[in-house]
Design a protein around this ligand. Structure first.
Ligand SMILES: Cc1cc2nc3c(=O)[nH]c(=O)nc-3n(C[C@H](O)[C@H](O)[C@H](O)COP(=O)(O)OP(=O)(O)OC[C@H]3O[C@@H](n4cnc5c(N)ncnc54)[C@H](O)[C@@H]3O)c2cc1C
Length: 457
């Protein structure tokens, strides 16, 4: 392992300066340890929001039976593309009234946010008060509701868990047309806990009350290089145990693997001072810019899927067809190196994004049962690889699914999946899902999770 930035210094080579960071984080304390309790919405806002909810509920109830319902959203970060059967009827629900921040309360450090609000707008609103959501996904167009129902992760996730773990309350239009408020301890606690990883198949989150944490004006980054995956995973486990690395507090951690002997962890600490600053947003690094504008990338992939352009081009050039391998998986840190070695040998795509996480709560979330207390590493990869001769589309994705299961991991469901129904329900808690579906969408108004995520309906 080498430290590419020099001990205790800022990571830009032409300007050096020393900044001391306290290795123990004081941020992200559990609710109740600092700020006041969340307060209800101011009256005027409440009234306008209730009118929007009533109007949406009416529109939903008026959708004729047999017609599929979709959210009319400007952007999406789903990499599953639906094959709409000919003649099928679809109604787009106008949810534009739920795409803004309703209220930020600096005293209780909470915000009430429309379910379809993008993180870009959410972060803008909270930063005005010196606060940020506990987890801010890198892709700006991801919405709060999308990240909670479809799971999210980012470089604060080792310290603060996943976006759904800083939700205090959710107002949900359920599949059977009711509007309920679900919290961790009310009569809809089952929906509160089962909503993450339900992908809009139990209902739609219309507003969410979330916790926020204070920010500092700067983040001090250090990049650490590793020459093998084993040492890199050991470093992540150490950061998980100690909250810092080489004396540098780990408010943020993520990393990148370019090859088995070139891996980096980037460790960030909030800082009140900065001898100089840098902003990667302007650098246009290709793979990072793809992730930054995943909605654009998604449109390009969708266009290619519809017209088969890259396949035709490869055929004309005498090249093998290529398979999209666009996935995020979570593997226990103790098995992470095995996964990276498998991935390099059998899939061979780089770079791979690494993002460590640990649940913030001490209870598992039923539909995505990560073990409380365990450190996982999320490996994200978004690209295409050539298919070996005689192999059909899905070959590499199936290998990934099998390896994830063998290593005791989990796979996110925003992209393609190939599981049999039996494998799927064994991984995503079939009995818990069945009970929730029965209670909140007994008439099957919304697609089921397997139909939506694997069959692409
Ligand atoms: C290339 C790529 C990189 C990614 N990187 C990250 C990352 O860095 N960090 C991260 O956290 N995540 C990442 N994701 C995953 C992303 O967070 C999920 O795909 C998320 O569900 C997308 O949310 P969205 O708001 O764009 O929703 P959409 O893509 O529009 O919808 C996702 C699903 O959620 C449902 N849904 C949307 N809004 C609601 C709502 N309000 N209530 C109920 N259901 C709803 C939709 O019906 C749909 O099934 C990545 C995905 C891709 C493709």
């Amino acid at each position: 392992m080498t430290d590419s930035s020099g001990s205790g210094t800022w990571s830009q080579s032409n300007h050096r300066g020393t900044v001391n960071v306290d290795p123990v984080s004081v941020r992200g304390q559990r609710a109740g340890s600092g700020p006041a309790p969340a307060r209800p919405l101011p009256a005027g806002l409440k009234q306008a929001h209730e009118a929007a909810v009533a109007s949406l509920q009416q529109a939903y109830t008026a959708v004729p039976p047999g017609t599929k319902v979709r959210l009319a959203k400007r952007t999406s970060n789903l990499f599953r593309f639906r094959d709409q059967p000919a003649g099928s009827r679809v109604t787009q629900l106008d949810v534009s009234a739920f795409s803004r921040v309703l209220h930020v309360d600096p005293e209780s450090r909470t915000a009430v946010v429309g379910g379809m609000t993008t993180y870009e707008d959410l972060a803008d609103a909270t930063l005005r008060h010196g606060l940020m959501p506990f987890v801010v996904p890198q892709l700006k167009t991801i919405t709060l509701g999308g990240a909670v129902t479809g799971l999210g992760i980012e470089s604060t996730s080792l310290r603060l868990g996943m976006p759904h773990e800083s939700v205090l309350a959710m107002e949900i239009l359920t599949g059977d047309g009711q509007v309920v408020t679900a919290t961790a301890d009310n009569e809809h606690a089952d929906l509160f806990r089962g909503f993450p990883n339900s992908y809009g198949t139990l209902g739609y989150a219309l507003s969410l009350t979330i916790e926020l944490e204070p920010v500092a004006p700067f983040v001090h980054l250090r990049h650490f290089r590793f020459h093998d995956p084993e040492t890199c995973m050991e470093a992540i486990a150490k950061i998980g145990a100690e909250g810092s690395y080489e004396g540098h507090r780990a408010d943020f951690v993520d990393g990148t693997m370019f090859s088995l002997d070139e891996l980096y962890l980037t460790v960030g600490a909030f800082s009140e001072v900065a001898p100089w600053t840098s902003d990667y947003a302007g650098h246009q690094i290709f793979y990072q810019s793809l992730r930054g504008r995943s909605d654009v990338y998604r449109s390009l992939v969708a266009f290619d899927r519809r017209h088969g352009l890259s396949g035709k081009l490869a055929q004309r050039r005498g090249q093998p067809p290529r398979e999209d391998v666009i996935q995020d998986v979570e593997i226990p840190v103790g098995r992470g190196a095995e996964f990276l070695r498998f991935f390099a040998a059998d899939v061979g795509m780089s770079p791979v994004w690494l993002c460590p996480l640990r649940l913030r709560s001490d209870q598992a979330w039923p539909l995505y049962p990560l073990a409380p207390g365990e450190v996982y590493v999320n490996f994200g990869f978004w690209g295409t690889v050539p298919l070996p001769q005689g192999r059909a589309d899905g070959y590499h994705n199936r290998l990934v699914e099998d390896e994830v299961a063998a290593l005791g991991g989990h796979k996110g469901l925003y992209s393609t999946s190939f599981y049999t129904e039996e494998q799927f329900w064994a991984s995503y808690n079939g009995p818990a899902y069945a009970a929730l579906k029965q209670r909140y969408d007994g008439g099957g108004r919304l697609a089921g999770l397997y139909e939506k995520c694997v069959r692409g309906q």
